[in-house]
Design a protein around this ligand. Structure first.
Ligand code: DGL
Length: 259
């Protein structure tokens, strides 16, 4: 069982930002990544639909023998992880916007958060936000259009810059000193955000923390891969292979699969 793969899924290519952190920390692990790009974006879909898609992705990964599932999508985590944990007999790792560290570190008492509608409107997010950020100003913006541009290979485009400027303006006006990236597609925006943000704004993303949590849970369940066999890193997408390559780099085993 311990050399079975780690299963990772996202609404599309964004969760590869999490896969990179996991592979960096756990280079001896087999992995299977599912990009449900044909159904991206999940953000504007209702909670029931997001749950249904998360179930479909989970069942495919379980069929492929995954020993643990990383829900590399804030929107799927905040809407479906409780159900997944109750229903399937493997450990699940989720990802939530890192509002807690931002709230603890802010000196201006104002933080910005960029996430999808599905995440911002979820019960889990309002609970976390209420618990850790009730006495600071949280400027939330729904990142409408961002996932679509990334999924269509237009990460570095004038359209992306224009959208980001629009979402950042009210945050900068409110004097934020931290910007929380609440979607796994957004770490790919960091080079653009660094150009647009003043130096005193710290960008927070949860990728490295998710990788550490994955390692801890594997250890606790005696599931770390200790075998010396060559590992397999598999990527399946029901969308564009080229967009996957543009984010991962060539040389990976990326296949098209209808699911
Ligand atoms: N990567 C997903 C997330 O973390 C994007 C959601 C979407 O498809 O709208 O929320």
């Amino acid at each position: 069982m311990s050399n079975n793969p780690i299963g990772i899924f996202d609404s599309g290519v964004g969760g590869t930002s999490i896969w990179k952190e996991i592979h960096h920390l756990l280079p001896n692990e087999n992995t299977i990544y599912l990009a449900d790009s044909a159904n991206a974006p999940y953000g504007p879909k209702g909670s029931e639909k997001i749950k249904e898609l998360s179930i479909k992705n989970t069942e495919l990964l379980l069929k492929k023998g995954c020993k643990i599932i990383v829900v590399a999508c804030n929107t799927a985590t905040t809407n479906a992880i409780d159900y997944l944990r109750e229903t399937y007999n493997v450990p699940f790792i989720g990802i939530e916007p890192a509002i807690k560290p931002a709230a603890l570190q802010t000196k201006t008492n104002a933080v910005g958060i960029l996430a999808t509608k599905g995440t911002l409107s979820s019960e889990l997010f309002s609970k976390t936000s209420g618990k850790f950020a009730s006495n600071i100003k949280v400027i939330e913006r729904e990142g409408k259009g961002i996932v679509e541009l990334i999924e269509s290979g237009k990460l570095y485009s004038d359209a992306m810059k224009a959208i980001l400027l629009e979402y950042l303006q009210p945050m900068l006006k409110a004097n934020i000193d931290h910007l929380v990236l609440g979607c796994t597609h957004y770490p790919y925006l960091i080079p653009i955000l660094l150009e647009l943000l003043p130096n005193h704004v710290t960008i927070i993303d949860s990728g490295a923390a998710v990788a550490r949590q994955t390692k801890t849970v594997l250890e606790k369940n005696s599931l770390l891969n200790l075998s010396a066999e060559t590992i397999n890193l598999k990527f399946y997408t029901n969308g564009s292979i080229d967009v996957m390559y543009s984010l991962l780099g060539k040389g990976f085993d990326v296949k098209h699969l209808n699911f």
